[in-house]
Design a protein around this ligand. Structure first.
Ligand SMILES: [Zn+2]
Length: 346
């Protein structure tokens, strides 16, 4: 297994895999300066639709301020289209307009307004959404000039639709694959059954070189497995929303304040944990959402670094085994081990 690379239109090359934290300019739990100075983040993702719907921000950006200048960040910036918000309510937003907007503000990776297909969609609905998504990607391909367009795979829970979607994306000639609507499958007690098949198929159809992004993947216990399935780019706001609900991420699974014994075992070296330990009260980490988010992001990025070195030294399998051993002890109800070890094709 080799680490793939991604070169943006600006000519910067990034070695994968990489994690793009979601950044919300006005309400982020971790300030952009910490992203840059404390975490040396190489890339992030923000919601292009949120920028677009705020008249004042939109005008500023359309007048020639790039998204990088607007948020004060020089690395890779991917924008999202509002597709996720469109799942809950009508957006009155056209694919053309939101794609053009992302391109004008110089996003490095541009997302089309795809149609999300949750696991509950029946075959016909998932198929229709897939076809509309493909049409929108064709339309977007004609518009995008400054960035790289993400070719979004849909198809819901249907393996054959997922494949159909991949073949259509390859025919369009996209340079970047993003796997949509996969997150709900993780929520089922870490079961990898469905995603294993979808991701292996996607990699085999995409070939060895194309970067594959899984939208919304951000639990450190799952990232090494998703990476082992041939995917390279992950994004999530998990570091913040886990913190908001009092979850402390570890590489073996997220814990709460009631599990301080396990948290102590992990012996995290991040600034927030060290500060809490030195204060004599390690639990203090749970009293400040910003600090808990800081710890969570540190854990995700540390996991990414471990994945990178493990790929280089051909030891990813060892990492997976270590996670499976500890995770299964800590969370006997989890489906992670069983779903990972079950034979292919299930
Ligand atoms: Zn920590």
């Amino acid at each position: 297994m080799q680490r793939r690379q991604l070169t943006t239109r600006k000519g910067k090359t990034y070695t994968l895999p990489m994690f793009l934290p979601v950044y919300q300019p006005k309400s982020n739990l971790i300030p952009i300066d910490d992203f840059k100075n404390k975490f040396a983040i190489e890339g992030l993702i923000l919601n292009g639709f949120f920028l677009y719907k705020e008249a004042e921000v939109r005008e500023k950006l359309e007048a020639g301020v790039s998204v990088q200048e607007y948020i004060g960040f020089n690395g890779m910036v991917m924008t999202d289209s509002g597709a996720f918000q469109g799942l809950k309510r009508p957006l009155y937003l056209s694919n053309k307009k939101i794609v053009k907007f992302q391109d004008v503000i110089l996003a490095d990776i541009v997302s089309p307004l795809d149609l999300i297909s949750p696991p509950g969609d029946n075959f016909q609905t998932a198929d229709k959404k897939l076809d509309s998504t493909i049409k929108r990607i064709r339309e977007a391909k004609e518009i995008v000039q400054n960035g790289i367009l993400a070719g979004v795979q849909q198809g819901g829970r249907f393996i054959e639709l997922r494949k159909k979607s991949m073949h259509a994306l390859m025919e369009i000639g996209v340079e970047y694959i993003a796997i949509g609507s996969l997150v709900p499958f993780f929520n089922k007690n870490h079961s990898l059954s469905t995603i294993k098949k979808i991701l292996r198929d996607a990699r085999s159809i995409a070939g060895e070189d194309l970067p594959i992004h899984v939208y919304g993947a951000g639990d450190p216990v799952e990232l090494p497995f998703i990476a082992a399935l041939g995917t390279d780019i992950f994004d999530s706001s998990s570091y913040g929303h886990y913190a908001a609900s009092g979850w402390y991420m570890t590489k073996y699974g997220a814990l709460t304040k009631d599990q301080m014994d396990k948290i102590t075992q992990c012996d995290c070296k991040c600034e927030a944990c060290v500060e809490a330990k030195e204060s004599g009260n390690p639990e203090a980490i749970f009293t400040d959402r910003g600090k808990l988010a800081f710890h969570n992001l540190y854990t995700i990025l540390d996991t990414m670094n471990n994945i990178r070195s493990a790929i280089d030294s051909n030891e990813l399998e060892k990492i997976l085994q270590d996670i499976l051993d500890v995770h299964s002890l800590w969370f006997p109800q989890s489906l992670l081990k069983q779903s990972w070890e079950e034979p292919n094709g299930k």
